[in-house]
Design a protein around this ligand. Structure first.
Ligand SMILES: [Mg+2]
Length: 212
């Protein structure tokens, strides 16, 4: 790889894939409580496809290329529901990182969050992955202004609070909306998998001195 940004980004995706695989059955159990119990399998398929596609990228790949490749691979592997959402998030992150050799965390998170929100026409408070991605993106912007050294601490906390906040929400989107008020008390599986991805980002990008 030409630059450290792409290398780290690829490592981030493989770390996210491992975290999702480790929690695959748990994610499906969470989904089973309010919907169709496939979330763990879906996310595992998607992230495995992303890591194999990224393994074939050439040395000249930029961070933007990495996200573009991830978007295509995720969409090919996961055609419905989560597939187009993450594909749009990754594609929009690619646009936000266009021309950059290093990964700007605030731009990356803003790209993912706004891409998913635009594709799903979603917002906060609807018991979805956006209850993690939107506050994570806001926290990154706030940290950029106030305390850049602690950016990933801010982001991790916001993502974790966001995932937990879905427990008391009523699902209004996707299959979970069919159970309506019975979704209260269950944490959203999409929010939990989003938190795993943010965790992989924080682990990978949070320590500037980390060996590549
Ligand atoms: Mg499902």
């Amino acid at each position: 790889m030409q630059d450290l940004g792409s290398k780290r980004l690829i490592r981030m995706f493989s770390q996210a894939a491992m975290a999702i695989d480790a929690q695959r059955d748990h994610l499906s159990d969470l989904d089973g409580a309010i919907a169709d119990a496939d979330h763990g399998m879906t996310m595992s398929l998607g992230f495995r496809a992303v890591t194999s596609a990224l393994a074939k990228l050439g040395a000249e790949a930029s961070p933007s290329d990495v996200f573009r490749t991830a978007a295509g691979a995720f969409l090919d592997a996961v055609g419905a529901s989560t597939g187009p959402l993450y594909a749009s998030g990754f594609l929009n992150a690619a646009k936000h990182l266009d021309g950059l050799d290093a990964v700007d965390p605030a731009a990356m998170l803003e790209g993912i969050a706004s891409g998913i929100a635009a594709r799903g026409k979603g917002s906060r408070g609807e018991k979805t992955m956006l209850d993690v991605w939107l506050p994570a993106a806001e926290a990154a912007q706030q940290a950029t202004r106030e305390n850049p050294a602690e950016l990933w601490t801010y982001v991790r906390q916001a993502a974790s609070d966001g995932a937990e906040s879905t427990r008391t929400m009523i699902a209004v989107r996707g299959r979970a909306a069919r159970v309506g008020e019975r979704s209260i008390g269950h944490i959203d599986p999409g929010a939990v998998s989003a938190l795993l991805i943010v965790g992989a980002m924080a682990d990978t990008f949070g320590d500037a001195d980390l060996a590549i």
